[in-house]
Design a protein around this ligand. Sequence first.
Ligand code: COA
Length: 170
Amino acid sequence: MSSGTASHAGATRAVASIAPIVRPAAIGDVPYIHHLLEIYAAQGNLLPRTMNELYRHLRDFFVIDVDGKVAACGALEIFTDSLGEVRSLVVDDEFKGRGFGRMLVERIAEEARAIGLKRLMALTYVAPFFHKLGFKTVAKDTLPEKVWSVCVKCYKFNSCDETAVLLEIK
Ligand SMILES: CC(C)(COP(=O)(O)OP(=O)(O)OC[C@H]1O[C@@H](n2cnc3c(N)ncnc32)[C@H](O)[C@@H]1OP(=O)(O)O)[C@@H](O)C(=O)NCCC(=O)NCCS
């Protein structure tokens, strides 16, 4: 399941010849998504999400599937009639630097556009990655929908050091 396991190492060796597939997440992906998120939640880079929460929000998630293995995940959460958020974006260490993060954010932005959202935000420690994808850094107080519905309940609320980035969806 995890980076460095025998099965995943095997997938990596073969990855050059296997095309990654971006697809909506399925029930069976949840333990793998949970494991990916836990690694970065433990480092304080992402908010932790329980298995139960992941099942309830499963339809928000896309994964990148490499030969049946979950190599990356990311979610689109809807806040209002115009604003969505990229959440829980993680690429397994063994698959970083192959464009998987870009593929997921582009898929999420495509979904946001298809359902009629106008703006896509993220709170992140990797703003330069989002800048490469067309997002701009904005002040958090320009996103009150997020701040007063979610951030206010976060343990980091008074000490949030993440950067808010925003993509205007054309
Ligand atoms: C950030 C993350 C999703 C990037 O995924 P990735 O698959 O390695 O990134 P990609 O290969 O798609 O990179 C796309 C572009 O962004 C750049 N990029 C990737 N990570 C970057 C970083 N940390 N800082 C600056 N630029 C970065 C790449 O160089 C590439 O640029 P190019 O198109 O000019 O070549 C991945 O490193 C990750 O899972 N990080 C840990 C969890 C995390 O912080 N998630 C974000 C939460 S909001």
